[in-house]
Design a protein around this ligand. Structure first.
Ligand code: PMV
Length: 339
């Protein structure tokens, strides 16, 4: 019999972006961020204890050794978790995303989130969140450990709308659910313009952000923007949220474009798309607003009622591009399976 612990962790899309670290070694962000946890775009990671000198790490069935460049972050995170006094021994980890690796979706949030959850469940032999909490690992602590692997991963440990508060000092930072998924059933459709050839990694971007002349004014405006976004979610008001999403995404990109040495994640298609979307919205053809992460692909945030019209507009005016459709979700799943 084969018994293992399986974590299914969704990706999340930031409405207010984590951009810049105050302290990289403690993973202390420069500002508060707010995201929507997705539903269908997930990483599934299974873990079980094994006898042996080191972990075995498989991605989509293929073993990746410790010196693998692609999974260095994963091994580093396992080593970090293994320093906890409760933890001992090697694991066999098997992981896969349900979205294509080349689709330009950031897999670090769901990937590092699922790794944290599955690995701790296996090490501590906890089949569910309740038993993890009883062993001293309640959800906020799991989120806090996940964010050490990748900042945005911490937010994926909760469902609905999630806020990562930077706090006054590194130890005071917290990741908290701001609103449940049921508060507002927003959808996110992603138009994919390019794969994962990001140019620079998000870690490099977090470091470079400080050199932009736009970074200090950005930080000064964050509390007000966060409050306005929370108010918009509270009232389910897309006309209030939408423009805030767009200004936030463009500001994040402006910061990295004006940093030293600086980088532009957007490509010609992203820019043409933004203009076309705004025109179509002005003409009342569609009701969707964009946000963009560290890449050229555009996330279209909209309400259920607007989905069909958006789909027809995309199919007519932007044919031939990969589209991923998702919505706000309830958060991760943890299971213990015997097969
Ligand atoms: O978690 P990281 O270090 O890959 O940084 C994520 C950065 C953004 O996705 C661009 C913004 C965010 O808050 O998720």
């Amino acid at each position: 019999m084969n018994a293992f612990y399986r974590a299914t962790v969704p990706s999340n899309i930031a409405f207010l972006k984590y951009w810049g670290k105050r302290d990289a070694s403690l993973q202390w962000p420069a500002n508060d961020s707010l995201s929507m946890t997705l539903n269908a775009l997930t990483t599934e990671t299974s873990a079980k204890r094994i006898d042996g000198p080191d972990h075995i790490f498989k991605f989509e069935g293929e073993i990746h050794p410790r010196n693998s460049r692609l999974f260095a972050k994963a091994y580093k995170h396992l080593d970090r978790l293994a320093q906890l006094p409760e933890i001992e021994g090697a694991l066999e980890i098997s992981t896969a995303n349900n979205f294509p690796l080349g689709a330009g979706m950031a897999s670090s949030a769901s990937g590092l989130g699922a790794l944290t959850l599955a690995a701790l469940a296996a090490w501590l032999e906890c089949p569910d969140f309740e038993s993890l909490a009883r062993r001293g690992f309640p959800r906020p602590r799991l989120a806090n450990l996940a964010r050490l692997g990748s900042g945005s991963a911490g937010r994926s440990l909760f469902g609905g709308y999630v806020c990562w508060r930077a706090g006054e000092k590194p130890e005071a930072q917290t990741i908290v659910p701001a609103f449940p998924a049921a508060q507002w059933g927003l959808r996110d459709s992603v138009i994919v313009f390019a794969g994962n050839e990001k140019g620079i990694s998000s870690s490099e971007a977090h470091e470079q952000a400080w050199s932009s002349p736009l970074f200090a004014p950005r930080l000064a405006g964050i509390p007000e923007r966060l409050e306005a976004m929370e108010k918009a979610i509270q009232r389910r008001d897309l006309h209030l949220l939408g423009p805030l999403l767009e200004v936030e995404a463009l500001e994040m990109h402006a910061v990295i474009m004006t940093a030293k040495p600086g980088h532009c994640y957007l490509n010609e298609q992203s820019l043409a798309f933004i203009s076309a979307l705004r025109d179509a919205r002005r003409q009342r053809k569609i009701q969707a607003y964009f946000t963009i992460d560290a890449g050229p692909n555009i996330h279209l945030i909209h309400e259920e009622e607007a989905h069909q019209a958006l789909l027809s507009w995309l199919e007519t005016h932007w044919p031939g591009h990969l589209l991923l459709h998702d919505k706000v979700g309830e958060g991760p799943l943890l299971e213990y399976l015997r097969v």
